[in-house]
Design a binder for this molecule. Structure first.
Ligand code: ADP
Ligand code: ASP
Ligand code: MG
Length: 401
């Protein structure tokens, strides 16, 4: 007998048939003698629809009220799944995030889990019930509802698995596992049998939405056994773990993130303190910086370029313009028409020529690179948004043909 956490994403619970499909997977696991905690997301496009509803009222909703609204999506799913489980004879109880013990920090819409009190989940498991928990939500210290950021149900599931020392955490989704690129964009992408936490963390952070990056961070920290698999086909998925057997693959995947904006501040004075002033301003306003580039100083000036999340582009523009007198600069540009395309793989560390192969491929496809960033296991380029899918396909072809 094992303790298994199973998470089902929005498409897996989208309608009645899908809910009963999920109920059967869960009931089978339970009938095999396992304790099961299930985490579910909102059905189908519910979260997007709720955001659109808020948009009918205001362009700038209070983040507290938006979280109050978005958390309702997951609450529908848990109740319906618990009913479906009862209908097929499996004893189950639904719990909201707060009933399940999720305490978060105050950051509405991107809250972090601070503490998970598993007492209620454990007492329900002890009564041989399947426990169905609403993903993506928690409560802050003012007893207000918070949400964990888009894709946050993955993080809820991994957090429960970590806290309960579960034997396995299965992330069920609408693809068979983690692929070498988004299989919807690159039809000949291959499924990976295994991938390391570090590689998966990079892929997730660089736009492969199949797993939320915080969930991977948590899984690595607490050594959670993680599997990504399909709720629609019964085939083995991808195992995410600390070390994987050498598969001879230099690169594990190609990812695209088109939710970035490129900021340039042209001709700031070439003197100490400029970067500090710009980036402390960003940090004070909780804007995450991606790639940073600074040109060599010329005639006493230099250019500062960096990326920010697309959603922070308007705020970034406003802050930089309002505070321009502090750091100078001839022109501030915020380009929202860009995307980041990245390759990820631990094999890059020991194999020269990976970067040149990527650049050659982009050159052959007449795609201009605006910025480049590297780490030990990833290489990212910023290019025009409209060229991103073509770039992903070409780069994937170059490395996986
Ligand atoms: P869920 O609703 O189950 O959480 P998501 O839509 O968040 O599902 O994530 C699954 C989607 O991630 C897939 O449908 C696929 O299009 C996309 N995806 C992006 N990159 C990858 C990748 N490298 N491997 C698998 N899926 C990917
Ligand atoms: N329903 C939330 C979202 O769409 C959380 C999740 O699906 O993980 O982002
Ligand atoms: Mg998801």
């Amino acid at each position: 007998m094992a303790l298994i956490v199973q998470k089902f994403g929005g498409s897996s619970v989208a309608n009645r048939d899908r809910l009963f499909n999920v109920a059967r997977i869960v009931a089978n696991t339970h009938n095999e003698g396992n304790d099961v905690v299930v985490v579910v997301s909102a059905q189908g496009d519910t979260t997007d629809d709720l955001i659109a509803k808020a948009g009918e009222i205001t362009h700038d909703p209070s983040k507290r009220e938006l979280d109050m609204l978005l958390a309702t999506g997951e609450q529908i799913s848990i109740a319906l799944l618990a009913m479906a489980l009862a209908e097929i004879g499996c004893s189950a109880i639904s719990l909201t995030g707060w009933q399940a013990g999720f305490h978060t920090d105050r950051a509405y819409s991107r809250a972090r889990i601070k503490d998970l009190d598993t007492e209620r989940i454990e007492s329900e498991l002890a009564r041989n019930r399947v426990v169905v928990v609403a993903g993506f939500q928690g409560l802050n210290r003012y007893d207000d509802i918070t949400t964990l950021g888009r894709g946050g149900s993955d993080t809820s599931a991994v957090a429960i698995a970590a806290a309960l020392h579960a034997d396995l955490c299965q992330i069920y989704t609408d693809v068979d596992g983690v692929y070498t690129a988004d299989p919807r964009v690159v039809p000949n992408a291959r499924k990976l049998d295994t991938i390391t936490f570090d590689e998966m963390l990079e892929l997730a952070s660089l736009g492969a939405q199949v797993l939320n990056n915080r969930s991977v961070e948590l899984a690595k920290k607490y050594s959670v056994n993680l599997e990504v698999r399909s709720s629609l086909t019964n085939v083995p998925g991808t195992i995410v773990k600390e070390v994987v057997d050498v598969e001879g693959m230099l690169i594990k995947g190609v990812a695209k993130d088109d939710k970035v904006a490129a900021v340039s501040i042209l001709e700031v004075p070439d003197q100490p303190g400029i970067s500090f002033k710009v980036f402390s301003l960003m940090a004070q306003n909780k804007i995450n910086i991606g790639i940073i580039l600074q040109s060599v100083g010329r005639s006493g000036n230099k250019d500062l370029l960096f990326t920010v999340p697309l959603e922070d582009a308007p705020l970034t523009q406003r802050l930089l313009e309002e505070n321009r007198s502090r750091f100078g600069g001839r022109e501030i540009k915020v380009d929202t028409d860009v995307a980041k395309v990245s390759i990820v793989g631990a094999g890059m560390q020991s194999h020269p020529g990976v970067a040149s192969k990527m650049f050659e491929t982009l050159y052959e496809n007449n795609i201009n690179i605006q910025m480049i960033a590297t780490s030990e296991i990833k290489l990212s380029v910023i290019i025009k948004k409209e060229e991103a899918d073509r770039a992903v396909a070409a780069v994937h072809d170059a490395f996986f043909r």
